[in-house]
Design a protein around this ligand. Structure first.
Ligand code: KG4
Ligand code: ZN
Length: 338
């Protein structure tokens, strides 16, 4: 076995049961994702207890598949990594307990990883040459952060959402429009034929220069628009509404990221998290960064949404720093990044 620094990583923080094997932090030997989305779709969102039970059922098989695909066995591994927060507590506990058992049985070091840090590290998986300082817009179902990355493991949060996360706003608006779960991909698909300027929606810029976000006003404006149309018996142009909402969110995300880049002088921008899979966001940020002369990087779509490969990459840098977890590692559902 000539592969070095082999890390088996496990991710069970929400509704994906995932395991990956990463060599030297960047070489993805296996990246298995068992998505529970079809299970939760009929409830219109993730049901925590059902998510935990599915992780419990599927984790052993997902790990076995990852090892098999990577053509390695437990005895080849150098460490086992696992997401221990933030996320759904019951879901996290399954991954943490599983990883602890495997690490203890195999006599391997255990590395607990912050899920948000994992999302950011999806960028290092595919762009290992990235040089600090970096500015990352992290947009997921649970978080919206503008993060200054000073070095590996050194983060400063410059701005965060004061209410809904960007992904959460996509999900709630999609639900109100009857588009189903998860909302982001549904809004993107519905918006494809719509006019982004078709329906006027507010943009919450907050105080001048603020790097914080607020999406609840934009979400409420969509809900009010739907209610008013319903009362008047008018047919809503869903494509225009989806495109207009997506455009409003993107303008805020891109505008605040560029303001942060100017304020900090950081010249390289990263995108991360599930909402980073949004094509219109990727394009708008590309255009804005090109126009302003900033470098811009983002992960491929399959590494933006939840996966274990990103956890393995973040774990690799902890491994290099000798940051290991003890066997009393616990789930921290409300864990912060910094
Ligand atoms: O990072 P992620 O997979 O899980 C969390 O850590 O939250 O993010 C999931 C979020 C969901 O809110 C989903 O609607 C959103 O990412 N999302 C998208 C797209 N794909 C996923 N939002 C907008 N456009 C997309 N294409
Ligand atoms: Zn996530």
């Amino acid at each position: 076995m000539d592969k070095k620094n082999l890390i088996l990583s496990i991710e069970t923080s929400c509704d994906e049961t995932a395991a990956a094997v990463i060599a030297d932090g960047h070489d993805i030997l296996a990246n298995i994702i068992f998505s529970q989305i079809p299970v939760h779709q009929k409830f219109g969102g993730v049901v925590p207890e059902i998510a935990s039970r599915h992780h419990l059922e599927h984790l052993p098989q997902v790990v076995a598949e990852a090892l098999q695909m990577a053509e390695v066995s437990f005895s080849d591994l150098d460490a086992i990594a696992v997401t221990y927060g933030p996320g759904l507590v019951g879901a996290l506990l399954v991954g943490v307990a599983g990883a602890k058992a495997m690490a203890a049985a195999q006599g391997l070091p255990l590395i607990g990883v912050n899920h948000i840090e994992g999302h950011i590290y999806a960028n290092f998986l595919v762009h290992p040459q990235l040089q600090f300082p970096l500015l990352c817009l992290l947009v997921s179902g649970g978080h919206t952060h503008l993060v200054l990355l000073q070095d590996h493991g050194k983060y400063k949060i410059l701005g965060r959402t004061r209410d809904d996360a960007a992904g959460e706003a996509f999900d709630k608006v999609a639900r109100a429009m009857g588009l189903g779960y998860p909302g982001g991909p549904q809004i993107q698909a519905t918006a494809a034929t719509g006019n982004p300027l078709g329906i006027e929606l507010p943009r919450a810029w907050l105080e001048p220069g603020s790097l914080d976000f607020s999406f609840s006003g934009m979400k409420s404006a969509v809900l009010n628009y739907l209610n008013r149309a319903g009362q008047k018996g008018e047919v809503v142009d869903k494509a225009d509404l989806a495109a207009s909402f997506q455009q409003a969110v993107i303008e805020i995300l891109v505008g605040k990221t560029l303001t942060a880049a100017k304020a900090t002088g950081v010249r390289t921008v990263l995108l991360a998290g599930g909402v980073a899979a949004n094509q219109a966001l990727r394009q708008s940020m590309t255009d804005a960064c090109n126009a302003a002369g900033y470098n811009f990087y983002y992960p491929p779509i399959e590494l933006c949404t939840d996966n274990a490969a990103m956890i393995g990459c973040a774990a690799y840098y902890k491994y290099l720093r000798g940051e290991f977890s003890s066997q009393d590692l616990n789930a921290i559902p409300g864990m912060a990044l910094a």
